[in-house]
Design a protein around this ligand. Structure first.
Ligand SMILES: Cc1cc2nc3c(=O)[nH]c(=O)nc-3n(C[C@H](O)[C@H](O)[C@H](O)COP(=O)(O)OP(=O)(O)OC[C@H]3O[C@@H](n4cnc5c(N)ncnc54)[C@H](O)[C@@H]3O)c2cc1C
Length: 302
């Protein structure tokens, strides 16, 4: 870290040591990043990666709505794209429009811009918190739609600090997963949406919001669904069957509204949340023979 002079930092981005990560995740648990870099753009990001000899590894975070950062914090370098990758631009054709979107654009902001233009395809993103970078890495989706269905190309910076564009056809997308290497950084993507009308897109968005509001806690400190739905099962039903709805451990609680959501009731440590999740997983395995897989990404040191 010390071999990067402040001269470069002013041009390539902003580097800060010992950063409080409380406001960087949906759970709002307290932890620290040993160092955080906010690049000024792709050039700054590439520069940092090529000159990062002091860092063992880079951890990229988006808006933290799918992240549990352990109480010991993140060692090495935490990469936050900040707002510097926040552009959206449209290239219209007759029946469809290609849209270039920066990785730090909020998913709901992208959906809203498409809605204003009467473009269909991204409506489901209006109800998914977080950034486009996080959504692409996680293959975010809901109500039968996934981001992999509308993406054409993903623009990345590799672990060697080189820019790279990969066609969506060459990415293996699964249920809340992608084959994008965890040490590569998504800087943007090109999406294709089809021409529709503002009224029709707005109607779909309204319906999705109502559905989401009626089934999931939208306020409170959470990171959405904790576990992936196992094949032929619903995680929330399994958690209910085990009797965990409303159960708590330290400051962590299983949501009363949706039992596959864990919430921080105010003073939870990340370890409370992780231990409660692990308790559920163990019981699911021993009592029902079902393997529950974490959907939430757990990062950092215990
Ligand atoms: C109330 C609520 C409801 C939710 N509902 C849904 C839902 O319906 N469907 C759904 O899929 N998810 C849902 N989520 C989870 C979350 O919103 C999504 O996973 C979202 O896409 C995460 O985006 P993020 O920017 O917050 O990513 P983060 O949580 O910051 O990161 C998630 C993962 O992506 C990686 N990552 C982030 N940015 C980049 C980047 N630029 N380059 C490379 N890797 C990166 C991180 O390293 C991490 O592994 C919900 C969450 C909440 C709080």
């Amino acid at each position: 870290m010390d071999n990067i002079s402040s001269l470069y930092l002013s041009k390539f981005g902003f580097l800060e040591k010992h950063v409080d990560l409380t406001s960087y995740t949906g759970f709002r648990t307290k932890s620290y990043a040993s160092a955080m870099f906010i690049p000024s753009g792709v050039e700054g990001l590439c520069f940092l990666i090529r000159n990062k000899s002091d860092f063992e590894c880079i951890t990229t975070i988006g808006a933290g709505y799918n992240l549990l950062i352990r109480d010991g914090g993140i060692k090495g370098l935490t990469m936050s794209l900040g707002n510097n990758f926040g552009k959206i631009s449209f290239r219209r054709s007759e029946n469809f429009t290609d849209i270039d979107v920066g990785a730090s654009v909020k998913s709901c902001e992208f959906a809203s811009e498409c809605q204003k233009q009467g473009l269909s395809g991204a409506e489901f993103l209006s109800v998914i918190p977080g950034t486009i970078g996080g959504a692409l890495y996680m293959n975010a989706g809901c109500f039968g739609a996934e981001i992999s269905q509308i993406v054409l190309n993903v623009h990345l910076v590799t672990d060697e600090g080189k820019t790279y564009t990969i066609s969506a056809d060459d990415i293996k997308y699964g249920y809340r997963s992608s084959s994008i290497p965890s040490d590569w950084i998504i800087v943007g993507a090109t999406f294709r949406c089809t021409s529709s009308s503002i009224e029709s897109v707005s109607h779909t968005v309204k319906k999705l919001r109502e559905k989401k509001l009626s089934t999931q806690p939208t306020c409170g400190l959470s990171c959405g669904s904790v576990f992936k739905n196992p094949t032929r099962h619903c995680a929330w039903k399994i958690i209910d069957e085990l009797g965990f709805r409303g159960a708590s451990l330290g400051g962590a609680k299983v949501s009363e509204k949706h039992s596959n959501f864990l919430v921080n009731t105010g003073k939870a440590k990340a370890s409370d949340i992780e231990q409660l999740g692990e308790k559920i997983r163990k019981e699911a395995a021993s009592r029902l023979g079902i393997h529950l897989e974490w959907e939430i990404q757990r990062l950092g040191e215990f």
